[in-house]
Ligand binder design. Structure first.
Ligand code: GTQ
Length: 339
């Protein structure tokens, strides 16, 4: 066999030379397809509301406009590992019950009084509330209020599909049977107490389904009086699973942070690409060499290992989520503050 046919010959056998690709495979720093981007509420809101006249929630199963990373159009992902979308439920509508191995988070952006039912319990949704749908739990959404509701959906769809571990099924009924009173999970597991026989570490996802903004805001407002600001993040808290001290969702970290008025943060980078949703206030975030001005309702994405820096005009509150729990478990998570 002649040497000059080497590459052709190995290719026919589904073999390839590592030396041609090694530097792209094992990179000295993270190599990401995620691009920084911002979706302004003034644009997204109207188009999401318009989708209400295109299709019903029932027909669509989930009526959502996906937030696609501009560098990965058509792939239904906002970062390499995460999916995000804006879901609309109009008064009187129902998004029928189904379950899947992908975990979901909801962050309420607009409207008041629609609901999500998770695993036999209904949760009324209000602006700023954070709600989880753990893997393989039945969930349906409905709106018995008088106004449209829009929330941000965050799911680990790209990650789960990367592992080819997607399973899904429909209940075949629009709404699941309710087995517990509204607010039961929060009362039972989210009040600084646990049932006396509760076995720790039994729940991978938090047994608390809903983290109301009222409580989150109260915590931030109380803590801000201590005037101890992190130089990069202001005052940043993570949503926690009270049963194991870990993140509320095993595959997605979720955070709420308060940035004081006239904050000029220090630069920071981490390996978890992060999606931010502006809850209150206004400011700007520089991501590598780009500056994104934001205000209430805007959503922006910070790529893995990109350098971010927050600046505010007024006191601001940001919700965010990332794939940090998975990176932490695998020993991959890295972060760096430039203070
Ligand atoms: O509400 O169950 O944005 O299954 C994407 C897939 C929402 C949901 C999404 C879903 C859902």
């Amino acid at each position: 066999m002649k040497k000059n046919n080497f590459y052709e010959n190995i290719s026919k056998l589904n073999m390839a030379p590592l030396w041609e690709v090694l530097s792209n495979l094992v990179t000295p720093e993270p190599n990401t397809r995620t691009k920084s981007h911002i979706w302004y509420w003034k644009d997204t809101k109207n188009h999401v509301l318009d989708s209400g006249s295109i299709i019903s929630a029932e027909q669509a199963e989930r009526r959502v406009l996906i937030l696609e990373n501009p560098n990965m159009r058509g792939e239904s992902r906002i970062t390499d590992t995460l999916y995000a979308g804006l879901q609309l439920i109009l008064p009187g509508e129902i998004a029928p019950s189904h379950r899947h191995t992908q975990s979901a988070l909801r962050f309420v952006m607009h409207g008041d009084g629609a609901y999500t039912a998770v695993d036999g319990e209904k949760t009324i949704m209000r602006p700023g509330d954070f709600i989880i749908t753990p893997s393989w739990t039945w969930h349906d959404h409905g709106n018995q209020s008088k106004e449209p509701m829009i929330w941000l959906d965050g799911l680990d769809i790209p990650m789960v599909n990367h592992f080819s571990s997607s399973f899904a099924e429909k209940l075949g009924e629009s709404a699941q049977e309710l087995k517990r009173l509204e607010g039961d999970s929060l009362a039972r597991y989210g009040s600084g107490l646990l049932p006396v026989d509760h076995r720790l570490f039994e729940n991978r996802a938090s047994p608390v389904f809903s983290y109301p903004y009222e409580r989150t805001k109260e915590a931030l407002d109380k803590m801000k009086r201590a005037d101890e600001w992190d130089k990069c993040h202001g005052l940043r808290l993570k949503y926690v699973n009270p049963s194991n001290g870990g993140h509320a969702i095993p595959t997605m970290a979720t955070f709420m942070q308060l940035l004081p008025k006239s904050f000029s943060g220090s630069p920071y980078r981490s390996t978890d690409g992060t999606i931010y949703s502006v809850v209150e206030g206004s400011g700007e975030t520089s991501i590598d060499d780009k500056v994104f001005h934001w205000s209430k309702g805007d959503i922006f994405v910070v790529p893995p290992w990109a350098k971010l820096k927050h600046t505010t005009k007024e006191e601001s509150v940001l919700f965010s989520f990332s794939d940090r729990p998975v990176q932490e478990l695998l020993g991959l998570f890295r972060e760096k503050s430039y203070t």
